[in-house]
Design a protein around this ligand. Structure first.
Ligand SMILES: Nc1nc2c(c(=O)[nH]1)N[C@H]1C(S)=C(S)[C@@H](COP(=O)(O)O)O[C@H]1N2
Ligand SMILES: [Mo]
Length: 180
């Protein structure tokens, strides 16, 4: 599948809505493709670490560290204000489990930072309530396979109570307690 993408069809799908058809399990709508995000793919690979900043301490966790944690799987929607919605099966680590590692479970705000260098959605925040929802996760996989680059590899936020825009892709750092 996807071996011969008609270039015209592909262009049409790169509409202002950012919708694009990917391959297999990652074949669902995209807002901001990896190509549009414009950063070095190497940043998502071997040396990638997720930075965790909490009131008590900080930590840097690798993809392997995350995969070794308690993994959760939930079917959750992404609803984009641009007029589409999709529901997929995500697997990852509960955000609250990561917060606990750095003493950040009781904060009022969580600040998410993407590897993306520019763009309005490079940084985002979610509420303490969203943090404490056990289904809010740092997702590594979707529908049983690794996230595609377009869907935020290495890791992205998925929260059941947040608009699509808050589900930050290409996570770099998570600060519990807001931007200090
Ligand atoms: N870094 C980053 N994360 C992002 C965005 C973005 O432009 N940059 N777009 C957001 C928006 S508006 C939506 S609706 C979802 C869409 O996720 P998807 O592209 O995996 O479907 O990602 C969100 N996360
Ligand atoms: Mo969106």
């Amino acid at each position: 599948m996807g071996q011969s993408v008609d270039p015209l069809r592909r262009t049409a799908l790169l509409s202002p809505r950012g919708q694009e058809v990917g391959d297999g399990p990652n074949d669902f709508q995209v807002n901001t493709t990896f190509a549009e995000a414009r950063f070095d793919e190497a940043l998502t690979r071997g040396r990638w670490r997720l930075g965790l900043v909490g009131p008590d301490q900080g930590a840097r966790v690798s993809r392997g560290d995350l995969l070794a944690m308690d993994l959760r799987t939930h079917e959750l929607p992404i609803a984009c204000v641009e007029g589409w919605s999709t529901s997929q099966t995500w697997t990852g680590v509960a955000l609250r489990d990561l917060a606990e590692q750095v003493g950040g479970l009781d904060v009022d705000e969580v600040f998410l930072e993407s590897l993306q260098e520019g763009g309005a959605f490079r940084t985002m925040s979610i509420t303490g309530r969203q943090l404490r929802d056990p289904r809010t996760m740092v997702a590594l996989q979707v529908n049983g396979v690794d996230l595609s680059l377009d869907h935020g590899f290495t890791a992205r936020l998925i929260s059941p109570n947040a608009p699509g825009v808050r589900n930050t892709k290409w996570l770099a750092t998570i600060t519990f307690g807001g931007q200090s």
